[in-house]
Design a protein around this ligand. Structure first.
Ligand code: GDP
Length: 400
C-alpha cells in the first residue's frame, strides 16, 4: 500500500512539473525569450543579385495605384484608409509595439573614455607645461577630432592660460577644455523637423554602404511609432536586396508600413510611391532609405540628387536629409560628410557605432569644420540603441 502511495505521489509531481515547463516554454517562444526592446531582427542574409522581381510593396507599389488610392480615399472621406493603417499599427498581423529604454551614453562610451582617461590622468598629476598641451593634442588626434579642430581648441586654451583667463593648473585647464568641447555644439538641437503644411514629412537617409542607414531607419521608425506617429518606410536602396528585407523586418517590428520596389528599380520611383502612399493614408512621416553604392555607372551623387528632388515634391515635405556616418571610420567620415553635403545638402548627422570605438571625436570635426549638427547617435544594434545627441552628456561621458 505504502509503495502504491509513493508511486502515485511521484507521478503527480512529475505531472505538475511537466505542465509548468510547458507553460514557461510557450511564454518564452511568444516573446522570443527577451524583453521587446532587446529583441533584434535576425541578421539579414546577403541575397544574391538575381533578375528583377515583381514589385513587393506590402501596400500599393506603383505611383498609379497609390494615386488611385489617394483619390479613393478622398472620395470615401479618408476614414477607411486611416482605419486600415491604424489596424496595422495596432499590431494586427503579429506587430508588437516596441518598448524603448534609453541606453546610458556613459555606459557605451567606455572605449573612448579609457583612451582619453589615460592621458587625462597623466596630465592631472603634474604642472601645466608644453608637454601637457602635446599630450592633449595626441589624445584629441587619437580620438579622431581631426587636426584642424584639435589645433583650434588647443590654441584657444593656450591663449586663455597666457592671458590669465584660466589658472595654469591641470584641473582648471581640463575644465576649460570640457567647456570648449561642449561649446563646439552650442546652438544645436537634436530635434528632427516636421513639415508644417499638408502632406507627409519626409526624412531622407543617405550614407555609404554598411554605415547603419537601414538599422537607423528601423530605430527611428520604432521611436516615432512610440511617439504615436503613422510611419511609412521607403526601401530606396534597390541595389542591395538585403536592405529591403531588413527594412521589412523593421517595418513589421515597429508597426510601420513599407513601400518596396523591385530589385534594381529606380530609387526615385520608390520614394515617389512611398510619399503618395503615405499621403493617401494620412501618414505623418516617410523614412526613406537610399543606396550607398550602385551597380550601374550612374553616379551615386547624381542618383541621390534625383531622389532628393522627388522627395521634395508635394505632397511630400522634405525637412531632413540625414547623413549616417560610422564612427569607427573616424576621419574618413569627414570626407564622406563633405561629399554628401555638396551633393544633397545634408541637414544633420547620425553617428552610428559610437559604442564600439574610441574615435567618437570625429563629431567635433564634423561640427566645427562642416557646421553640421549631430542629431542622433547609435549606441548598439538593438532598437532602443539610438539617442539624441546631447553635447554635455557626450563630453561628460568622455571625461569620466
Ligand atoms: P547600411 O548598409 O548603411 O544600411 O547598414 P546596416 O543598417 O545594414 O548596418 C550595418 C551593420 O552595422 C549591421 O550589422 C548593424 O547591426 C550595425 N549597426 C548599425 N548601427 C549600429 C550601432 O549604433 N552600433 C553597433 N555596434 N552596430 C550598429
Amino acid at each position: 500500500m505504502a509503495l502504491i502511495i509513493i508511486v502515485a505521489v511521484a507521478f503527480a509531481v512529475v505531472l505538475v512539473l511537466g505542465t509548468g515547463v510547458g507553460v514557461a516554454t510557450r511564454r518564452r517562444s511568444r516573446t522570443g525569450g527577451r524583453p521587446a526592446h532587446e529583441r533584434r531582427p535576425a541578421p539579414p542574409a546577403e541575397a544574391p543579385l538575381g533578375p528583377a522581381e515583381a514589385p513587393v510593396a506590402t501596400e500599393p507599389a506603383s505611383a498609379a495605384e497609390a494615386v488611385a488610392a489617394a483619390q479613393a480615399t478622398a472620395d470615401a472621406g479618408a476614414g477607411a484608409a486611416v482605419e486600415e493603417l491604424r489596424a496595422h499599427e495596432a499590431g494586427e498581423g503579429g506587430t508588437e509595439p516596441a518598448t524603448l529604454e534609453r541606453p546610458v551614453l556613459r555606459d557605451r562610451l567606455g572605449k573612448a573614455r579609457r583612451l582619453l582617461g589615460g592621458y587625462l590622468d597623466g596630465i592631472r598629476g603634474r604642472a601645466v607645461d608644453d608637454a601637457t598641451f602635446d599630450e592633449l593634442e595626441e589624445a584629441l588626434l587619437l580620438a579622431d577630432a581631426g587636426l584642424a579642430t584639435t589645433t583650434k581648441v588647443l590654441d584657444d586654451l593656450r591663449a586663455k592660460v597666457r592671458s590669465g583667463e584660466i589658472e595654469k593648473a591641470p584641473e582648471a585647464l581640463l575644465a576649460a577644455l570640457r567647456a570648449d568641447l561642449e561649446a563646439t555644439f552650442s546652438g544645436d538641437s537634436p530635434e528632427l523637423a516636421l513639415g508644417e503644411g499638408e502632406g507627409p514629412t519626409v526624412w531622407l537617409f543617405v550614407g555609404v554602404n554598411g554605415v547603419g542607414k537601414t538599422t537607423t531607419i528601423g530605430k527611428v521608425a520604432a521611436r516615432e511609432r512610440d511617439a504615436g506617429k503613422r510611419v511609412v518606410l521607403a526601401a530606396g536602396d534597390t541595389f542591395r536586396a538585403a536592405a529591403g528585407e531588413q527594412l521589412e523586418t523593421w517595418a513589421e517590428r515597429s508597426g510601420a508600413s513599407l513601400v518596396r520596389g523591385a530589385e534594381g528599380a529606380d530609387p526615385s520611383s520608390v520614394i515617389f510611391d512611398a510619399v503618395a502612399h503615405a499621403a493617401a493614408r494620412h501618414a505623418d512621416l516617410v523614412l526613406a532609405d537610399t543606396a550607398g553604392r550602385l551597380h550601374t555607372k550612374v553616379n551615386l551623387m547624381e542618383e541621390l540628387r534625383k531622389v532628393r528632388r522627388i522627395a521634395e515634391r508635394p505632397p511630400g515635405q522634405l525637412t531632413e536629409v540625414l547623413l549616417v556616418l560610422d564612427a569607427t571610420t573616424g576621419q574618413n567620415g569627414l570626407v564622406q560628410a563633405k561629399q554628401f553635403t555638396e551633393a544633397v545638402g545634408v541637414t544633420g548627422v547620425v553617428l552610428t557605432k559610437l559604442d564600439g570605438t574610441a574615435k567618437g571625436g570625429v563629431v567635433l570635426a564634423i561640427r566645427s569644420e562642416l557646421g553640421l549638427p549631430i542629431k542622433l547617435v547609435g549606441l548598439g544594434e538593438s532598437v532602443a540603441d539610438l539617442v539624441e545627441f546631447d553635447p554635455a552628456e557626450f563630453v561628460a561621458a568622455l571625461f569620466g
